[in-house]
Ligand binder design. Structure first.
Ligand code: URA
Length: 264
């Protein structure tokens, strides 16, 4: 006979797990991850992704990217793009515990496109990027630099990675057509890449964020004649852990603001 479950004991155990950061479950049976092959390298190009995946998986990724491209190209406004993302079923993150797609917030005619890593718990609950403590710090920095209302904010992936892990290059590659379409529709004067995962994915590099930050690079789309100057900066979640780094992030904000002034 199955022993009766004490609901209070179950609730208490769930609370303990949530407190410890275990907030998603996937399989009935445990998985021995020590026996799985090592994770793929962080290079985000689809070519690199294809070479480290089993043939079926790389085919799946290529098909998902093609579908994302098709949906993204058909979206003729940022609003339509948000709807296309919500309808897209090709990103594996969608079925790993995320409550909803999180696309963007901010001014849809902004001169700055800011791109973060991916939604966390608060963003997943509220449906908008950068809503938690890191987001509040980011907003304070934009305000201090006079950039409130001059920013449109999105992420490299649109569903919350379980346990707030970093999105994989495969997940970023599958979502990239939507990120690129955001650039094409918004046509910002400058792009701010927030944190290592966003900078590496968009700039297609393995360089570390401490090397990348503060440098302007050209982000040019493969299709069409669309490009924008992109500046990588430190992620506000990193700044909350390492406040002494705020000086560098502030210098990036000022560089961004100065770039807009130069343009206007
Ligand atoms: N961190 C990110 O990179 N993006 C969010 O939306 C929230 C936190």
């Amino acid at each position: 006979m199955t022993p009766a479950v004490d609901p209070r004991a179950a609730e208490s155990l769930l609370a303990f797990w949530a407190e410890a950061g275990v907030d998603a479950c996937f399989d009935e049976a445990p998985v021995d991850r020590t026996r799985l092959p090592p994770p793929a390298p962080r290079q985000a190009t689809l070519k690199a992704v294809a070479s480290v995946q089993a043939p079926v998986a790389s085919g799946d990724i290529a098909a998902a990217v093609a579908e994302a491209r098709r949906l993204a190209a058909a979206a003729d406004s940022l609003e339509a793009l948000g709807e296309a993302i919500a309808a897209f079923e090709g990103c594996g993150l969608r079925t790993q515990g995320a409550r909803q797609a999180v696309f963007a917030r901010g001014n849809p005619t902004a001169p700055i496109l800011a791109i973060g890593e991916g939604p966390g718990a608060e963003e997943d609950a509220r449906g908008q990027p950068f809503m938690g403590e890191a987001g509040r710090l980011l907003d304070r920095m934009f305000a201090a630099a006079g950039l409130t209302d001059r920013v449109f904010i999105t992420n490299t992936v649109f569903w919350r990675p379980p346990g707030n892990r970093t999105p994989t290059p495969e997940e970023q590659a599958v979502c990239a057509p939507f990120v690129e379409r955001t650039l094409a529709l918004l046509r910002p004067k400058a792009v701010l890449l927030i944190g290592a995962a966003a900078a590496k994915s968009v700039l297609q590099t393995d360089d570390g964020i401490l090397k990348l930050r503060g440098q302007w690079r050209e982000w040019r789309l493969a299709e069409g004649d669309i490009s924008a100057p992109a500046l990588a900066t430190l992620h506000p979640a990193f700044l909350l852990r390492q406040p002494l780094r705020k000086r560098q992030a502030w210098s990036d904000m000022l560089a961004l603001s100065a770039r807009l002034e130069g343009e206007s």
